[in-house]
Design a protein around this ligand. Structure first.
Ligand code: APR
Length: 237
């Protein structure tokens, strides 16, 4: 065992108080996903999209990592000889707050916006407005939350592609397996010989592709698994 890829989705952050995307009423802070998470929505009404992320940003900034995020950090710390990469669909910063390393945000980050004119990325904890001027190119009204909307390419895909084709163990935590390309990562890892595990509250859309499916709250199921894995690998070495 050398390379582990951990794919996380909004379910891992649910126990930190952040709402998942497709739970319950299907609404996110009273908005339909299509009204705030698509390229068309941003073109139609950038002020609405900015105000949505301005509302979400402080909620996400206040959230704290839970035992599942911390167990990933423990895995990385206790198994320093392994390459353990985290590929997250989450725009929150809970893996960073848990002090994990090797984190790839494929759907962007809540603390960044990007200038659509010059590509400059701006770190921001404050509200962003639709008429703001880019500090790099000085063009007004081109700042967009650095969130990958439906209709845009996910980020870091070449690194992720490499990881998946060299992966011995693939673990998905808290993701419904509905949104591609992330939903296809398990297939790619499996094709290259990885053993595949899912830790989710409910069976997910692509459950049949996982060798093992562990249902329950990730804060309970994943730390237990992480402890067993650490013991097993340390016994072998
Ligand atoms: N522990 C483990 N799993 C959980 C928990 C929990 N405590 N709570 C919820 N879940 C599971 C649910 O059973 C569900 O299958 O997390 C999953 C969350 O699924 P989604 O809401 O679809 O979120 P996600 O898979 O991250 O969505 C993918 O879709 O809207 C886009 O870009 C957005 O990154 C997002 C992507």
């Amino acid at each position: 065992m050398k390379n582990i890829v951990i794919l996380t989705g909004s379910g891992i952050s649910a126990e930190s108080g952040l709402k998942t995307f497709r739970s319950g009423d299907g609404l996110w802070l009273n908005h339909k996903i299509e009204d705030v998470c698509t390229v068309e929505a941003f073109e139609r009404n950038p002020a609405l999209v900015h105000s949505f992320y301005n509302e979400l940003r402080p909620i996400m900034m206040k959230a704290l990592p839970n035992a599942a995020h911390q167990a990933i950090t423990t895995l990385q710390q206790k198994l320093p000889k392994l390459n353990i990469n985290i590929v997250t669909q989450n725009v929150d910063l809970l893996h960073e707050k848990a002090k994990s390393k090797n984190i790839y945000h494929i759907h962007g980050r809540i603390d960044e916006c990007v200038c659509m004119n010059c590509g400059h990325i701006i770190k921001t904890f404050a509200d962003v407005e639709s008429d703001e001027v880019c500090p790099q190119c000085q063009v007004q009204g081109m700042l967009k939350p650095n969130i990958v909307f439906f209709g845009e390419m996910p980020q870091h895909m070449s690194e992720v592609d490499y990881m998946l084709s060299h992966c011995d163990l693939f673990i998905a935590i808290g993701t419904s397996g509905i949104v591609y390309p992330a939903a296809g990562f398990v297939r790619q890892a499996k094709f290259h010989g990885a053993k595949t595990y899912l830790f989710n509250l409910d069976p997910c859309n692509n459950s049949s592709l996982f060798d093992e499916e562990i249902l329950g709250k990730a804060s309970q199921t994943f730390p237990k698994f992480a402890r067993q894995l650490i013991n097993e690998i340390n016994r072998q070495s």
